[in-house]
Design a binder for this molecule. Structure first.
Ligand code: XUL
Ligand code: CO
Length: 444
């Protein structure tokens, strides 16, 4: 074993004083944070896509990474070579999970199996790789956080999957989702993700918004119905993103997704998978998206990959901003932590980071950033100043009249009389933002 990674040993926790780059400095899986081992608080997952299937391309240049399975994938002269490539890639993936000690992984069908000449062949390829996954999962104890279908790379999906003007594409997408839900269920996946890569539009000149929204609502209702019929115990997750690849994506952000779920009556069935970079693209902060999802009761899971703050597109970089991550975990921990969700790295190396070792360093760094942020968030909660000040800010609402007013027990006339009779003259109080920012700075 351990061939691609050339003998790299399992990464161990050595503490903040260690200078060993192949050690964790903050992620100690067994350390208790708010009464739970860090392993179970963070629930780390490695994404197959960018870590194993992305070849280092960018809009101006071809592949930069040389991975042994890429050569086999392209060799169509030997009929089994794309499947050999898929098996080699899968074994290498589990080597990586083993080295890092990440408890979970995530995949898209297109990352793990070669596309067949027909849907039936693609599904049979997927099932064959799932057999190998089962063996590797049993060998290593690594579990599946989520599975998903890639309904955006192939040209058949260029005008959308669920939102395609052609009903045959809708049906093809539905059949693909079914196959992926079956595999996710078989592998004990804890969630099933839908990210609408092509569910949006390039121009309104050729787009009927009302039709496309109804088509998306129908697809999601079919998914929820199938989940219940097969007894899939996991969570269905939608992943918001405002644009890219399409100019406008329907799952723009958490607020938009919540409105969409309400419109189609699915707000109690579906939650969100929030990605740092997608929040930034939508003009929000990551903690805003997390906090809003929690406020709406639809928080599910996170993809902890960030954008470059200058470039303005989805660069999917590994996280390295502790305060940003800490504030998100603060909200997650305050809400009781992850349920079926976890911390997935849907992140890719920079295209000059050619070596297998770069993949290991990227994940070590990302896991350490998250661990450090988690500890800071827990310390903020234990300190309780932030929470106490928030509570105090709204304390006026404990008053009987205030409660009656909020519960709908007073009309506008009654409220008006109340103000006039009492001679109310509310005085502004400081929001103390700088004080609070200084407080955060003590913990991160
Ligand atoms: C794309 C993206 C996807 C989803 C799953 O921006 O983040 O990988 O996480 O399809
Ligand atoms: Co993602």
């Amino acid at each position: 074993m351990n061939t691609f990674f050339n003998g790299i040993e399992k990464i161990a926790y050595e503490g903040a004083d260690s200078s060993n780059p192949l050690a964790f400095h903050h992620y100690d899986p067994d350390q208790l944070v708010l009464g739970k081992p860090m392993r179970d608080q963070l629930r780390f997952a490695v994404a197959f896509w960018h870590s194993l299937a992305w070849p280092g391309t960018d809009p101006f240049g071809g592949p930069t990474f040389e991975r042994p399975w890429f050569d086999l994938e392209g060799d169509r002269t030997r009929p089994d070579s794309p499947m050999q490539a898929a098996r080699l890639k899968a074994r290498t993936a589990f080597e990586l999970f083993d080295i890092l000690g990440t408890p979970y992984f995530c995949f898209h069908d297109a990352d793990v199996r070669p596309e067949g000449d027909s849907l039936a062949e693609s599904i049979s390829n997927l099932n064959a790789i799932a057999d190998l996954f089962e063996q590797e999962m049993a060998r290593t104890g690594v579990k599946l956080l989520w599975g998903t279908a890639n309904l955006f790379s192939h040209r058949r999906f260029m005008a959308g999957a669920a939102t395609n003007p052609d009903p045959d594409v809708f049906a093809y997408a539905a059949a693909t989702i079914k196959a992926n839900m079956d595999v996710t269920h078989r592998l004990g996946g804890e969630n099933y993700v839908l990210w609408g890569g092509r569910e949006g539009y390039e121009t309104l000149l050729n787009t009927s918004l009302s039709r496309e929204m109804d088509q998306m609502g129908r697809m999601l209702a079919l998914v929820v119905d199938y989940k219940h019929r097969i007894g899939f115990p996991g969570t269905i997750l939608l992943e918001p993103k405002p644009q890219e690849p399409t100019k406008h994506q329907y799952d723009f952000d958490v607020a938009t997704v919540y409105g969409f779920l309400r419109k189609y009556g699915l707000e109690n069935e579906v939650r969100v998978n929030i990605e740092v970079g997608h929040a930034i693209l939508a003009g929000h902060s990551f903690e805003h998206e997390v906090a809003l999802a929690i406020a709406h009761g639809i928080f599910g899971s996170i993809d902890m990959n960030r954008n470059d703050y200058q470039s303005g597109w989805d660069t999917d970089q590994f996280p390295n901003n502790v305060p940003e991550v800490a504030l998100a975990y603060y909200h997650i921990l305050k809400a009781g932590g992850f349920d079926t969700g976890g911390t997935n790295f849907d992140a890719k190396l920079r295209r000059q980071s050619l070596d297998p070792l770069d993949l290991v360093h990227a994940h070590i760094g990302a896991m350490d950033v998250c661990a450090r942020a988690l500890k800071a968030a827990a310390a903020l909660i234990e300190d309780a100043t932030l929470d106490d000040m928030l509570e105090a800010r709204y304390r006026g609402w404990d008053d009987a009249t205030a409660r009656k007013m909020l519960a709908g027990g007073m009309s506008l006339e009654e409220i008006s009389s109340h103000v006039l009779e009492k001679g109310l003259d509310p005085q502004p109080v400081s929001g103390r933002q700088e004080y609070l920012e200084n407080l955060i700075n003590r913990f991160v």
